[in-house]
Design a binder for this molecule. Structure first.
Ligand code: SF4
Ligand code: SF4
Ligand code: SF4
Length: 384
């Protein structure tokens, strides 16, 4: 199955003005990808891919309106009827506009919903906390699972306190350091060493939190440590696996700020996937990434896992062709810690019931996948 991830930045407009908004330089224009552009993109992609995962993004994607989204689902249905392609939808929203109608729509079409929400720190940088919480209640009432993504924006951020907030509400949670993009460009930079230490301290408590909720980054790193595939784009060599369509029709590798200096053409004129990936912007991005990866391969023991990291982070830190410093420190430190802890848990046969439910799940799945009589014995013991 050949899969492509589509970051569909359906509009630049947004009803919030978060202090660290990555999209602020686009000016919150009230623009929108047209249904014709959407259909053309899917039509081009289905000649090269048979699995299309659309991540609806923005701006605030819900500002595009429910009737637009209903029409977009008709476009998808039409495309699926004339090909064997599978299309899945996710959406990343600030959650403030979710009402019962939106919640039923997401449920009906099987959307995976991610809410950008900073928990106990939300009022400081994002605001409209009550509205976001109400949106989440609507999703719960519709029987929909969702997760939250919180930005760690400053030194005062308490990772553990925020995890407790989400754990008490039984909401899966992930966090990400603030990137120096858009409005955040002029904000003070995070201290990477402190951030890495905070992540490790939280991981150690999370591991044994038997009533805990999922933390996606931890689960992904554990899975990688146990030999599973990386599900993080920055560890998966994204070229040719991602495409982003902006509200003004420009195509990019993804929706991140740094890679927007490498456009892949415009949806109105491009005629094939090959044309997108052989555009001048795509070639420059690829060549720069290959240069960086050569350096990674020569110097980094984690190259097979990380594959040279994220082009956007490299651009932000040291330039596309160069190895970033902070990101690598964070990845190596956190991954090393998580892999050592998980291997020890496996070696010591720690009882499943003493572990966080997500840890249990990842372990049982990974150990069964490893195969072989010894590993199956371990897995059997765990799965009981
Ligand atoms: S970060 Fe997202 S929710 Fe906040 S202002 Fe920017 S587009 Fe809107
Ligand atoms: S450039 Fe970075 S953020 Fe964008 S798809 Fe690639 S790895 Fe992911
Ligand atoms: S040097 Fe950094 S970006 Fe390169 S493979 Fe290693 S961890 Fe990844």
């Amino acid at each position: 199955m050949k899969k492509v991830e589509v970051i569909l930045k359906v509009t630049d407009t947004c009803n919030l003005r978060c202090a660290y908004c990555y999209n602020s330089e686009k000016g919150y224009k009230n623009n929108r990808v047209s249904l014709e552009q959407f259909e053309k993109l899917l039509t081009l992609l289905l000649t090269d891919y048979n699995f299309i995962h659309i991540i609806w993004h923005g701006g605030e994607p819900l500002c595009a309106g429910l009737s637009f989204f209903k029409e977009a689902m008709n476009v998808e249905r039409k495309i699926c009827m004339r090909s064997s392609v599978t299309i899945e939808n996710s959406i990343q929203t600030n959650g403030t506009l979710i009402n019962s109608e939106w919640a039923s729509f997401f449920k009906k079409y099987g959307f995976r919903v991610g809410i950008s929400f900073d928990g106990v720190h939300n009022e400081k940088y994002r605001q409209q906390t009550e509205k976001t919480l109400q949106g989440m209640e609507k999703l719960k009432a519709a029987g929909l699972d969702f997760s939250c993504l919180a930005v760690v924006a400053d030194e005062a951020y308490d990772l553990e306190e925020n995890y407790r907030f989400f754990a008490e509400k039984k909401i899966a949670f992930d966090f990400s350091p603030m990137f120096s993009e858009g409005a955040a460009k002029d904000m003070p930079k995070m201290q990477t060493v402190k951030y890495a230490n905070d992540c490790i301290a939280l991981f150690d408590k999370w591991l044994y939190d038997t009533n805990g909720v999922s933390v996606r980054t931890f689960a992904y790193y554990m899975n990688m440590a146990l030999g599973g595939n990386s599900r993080i784009c920055s560890c998966a060599s994204c070229h040719g696996k991602y495409i982003s369509l902006s509200a003004d029709g420009t195509l990019y590798n993804c929706g991140r700020d740094g890679v927007s200096a490498y456009p892949f053409g415009n949806i109105d004129s491009v005629q094939s996937v090959k044309e997108m990936f052989s555009s001048e912007g795509a070639i420059r991005l690829l060549k720069g990434s290959v240069e960086r990866r050569k350096k990674c391969k020569e110097s980094c023991e984690y190259f097979q896992l990380c594959q040279g990291g994220c082009a956007d982070i490299a651009i932000m830190e040291n330039g596309l062709e160069n190895i970033p410093v902070n990101h690598c420190y964070l990845f190596k430190t956190l991954y090393k810690h998580i892999s050592e802890k998980i291997k020890k848990i496996v070696d010591d046969q720690v009882p499943l019931d003493a572990l966080n439910p997500t840890v249990k799940k990842v372990l049982a799945k990974s150990l069964t996948r490893m195969g072989g009589p010894m590993h199956n014995e371990i897995a059997d013991g765990y799965v009981k």
